[in-house]
Design a protein around this ligand. Structure first.
Ligand SMILES: *Cc1c(COP(=O)(O)O)cnc(C)c1O
Length: 232
């Protein structure tokens, strides 16, 4: 595929994903401006990621810190989102590159980020990853483990918790993801009431289920396959 073909394929797919988000917003009576499309570039080269950014999609996501370092160097000036596990020994190098960490999946990581944020003097914006689907293969806090963190969250000076993130179980039927997304929203609402924190962000929805996630209140959808299938 030559460069102009790549560009037109990506432009068409981005427009298609945006139209589907807008349609889901219409069904849910939401403003599409309240949903950020995060292009998950983990399967493609920095070159493809750069075309996406050039086409005006300015939020990109990576699940591995080392891959994010590489892409962020090749594609500067966009909002990079970390959506996978962050090892504590990679915090120093990763956080300066990242606009939002979606995937704080343990109290140990939360504490290490808090320490880093305090040291540098500005709070790090993060989401807590919650395992709402209950699958053993998925990381994140168990829903029951989130409430006990409540008092602590409001007291963190090095981290600003902006909301919650989850991944639904994969299924051929996107509707089967709905209870997972409802559970995340309800957990957010309860945690917000308890802590007094605003918690405006819900990162939920991937290629297979993002329209259902938007109907249930997603403010960030993380989309890879729909944009990048067959490209590399
Ligand atoms: C890979 C990945 C995505 C994107 O998944 P697709 O099904 O390809 O859209 C979203 N979120 C996380 C955490 C991922 O690792």
């Amino acid at each position: 595929m030559d460069d102009s073909e790549l560009r037109s394929v990506l432009a068409e797919r981005i427009a298609g994903a945006r139209a589907r988000i807008a349609e889901a917003c219409r069904r849910a009576n939401r403003d599409p401006a309240g949903v950020t499309l995060v292009a998950v570039s983990k399967t493609v080269t920095p070159k493809v990621a750069a075309v996406v950014a050039d086409l005006g999609l300015r939020d990109l996501g990576e699940s591995r810190p080392q891959e994010l370092w590489k892409k962020a160097e090749a594609v500067p000036g966009v909002n990079w989102h970390l959506i996978g596990h962050l090892q504590r020994n990679k915090i120093d190098r990763t956080i300066p590159l990242v606009a939002l960490v979606h995937s704080v999946d343990s109290e140990r990581v939360l504490d290490a980020l808090d320490a880093f944020g305090r040291k540098r003097g500005t709070a790090i914006p993060v989401l807590l990853e919650v395992n709402c689907s209950g699958e053993a293969s998925k990381g994140g806090f168990a829903p029951d483990a989130v409430h006990p963190l409540g008092d602590k969250l409001a007291a963190l000076a090095g981290v600003t918790v902006r909301g919650l993130m989850t991944m639904a179980a994969y299924s051929d039927d996107p509707q089967s993801a709905r209870p997972t997304f409802v559970a995340l929203r309800e957990l957010r609402d309860a945690l917000s009431t308890r802590t007094g924190l605003a918690l405006p962000e819900l990162s939920m929805g991937m290629s297979n289920d993002f329209e259902v996630a938007v109907e249930e209140g997603a403010t960030l959808v993380r989309i890879g396959t729909t944009l990048f299938e067959g490209l590399s």
